[in-house]
Write a new protein. Sequence first.
Length: 208
Amino acid sequence: MQITHFGHSCVLLDTGAARLLVDPGSFSSDFESITGLDAVLVTHQHPDHLDVERLRPLLRANPDARLVVDPGTAGGLSGVDHEVTAPGEVLELAGARVEVLGGEHAVIHPDIPVIPNNAYLVDGTHLHPGDAFPALPAPVDVLFLPTAAPWLKASECVDYLRSIAPRTAVPIHQGLLARPQVFYGLFTSLAPEGTALTVLDEGATTAL
């Protein structure tokens, strides 16, 4: 299977029979120019996994592509043809077999509601988990491995990698490493009343 990484969680899987694009989000680049897609798969509704505005030209360039989404994403797709799928379903996409696993996004913080998250297992060999670490029915050859996220500790990443023991792990979801503002926003929104967040860039000085 041919794999192309477009940054963060966006990957193109070319099985030889089908061309499947997963998670065309806001931290990914150049996916709008892809043609010949059979399906676009979205794991969940967060914008780093689905950039709705950039999705529209992608679908115009791929009029025969099926858009497959989790239940939580569907509400933000007014006017866009899509199919809602959930864990336990099996899809046939242009000759590729896609099993839907998982169900819920990993917990970021108890104060943040948990949203749906689909993991996609393609032809029984390649797993894109989205933002979660789902249990698997059988070993896989290739694991797309989340690397950095508000819900993720490095130790958890290592433990999941060891538990799956794939032939190959492909790091994804690393776009946040260059975007600490995502974490700053999380700290600000969840900080106790009366606590301010002061971000000091390298070389900056302030009085506190």
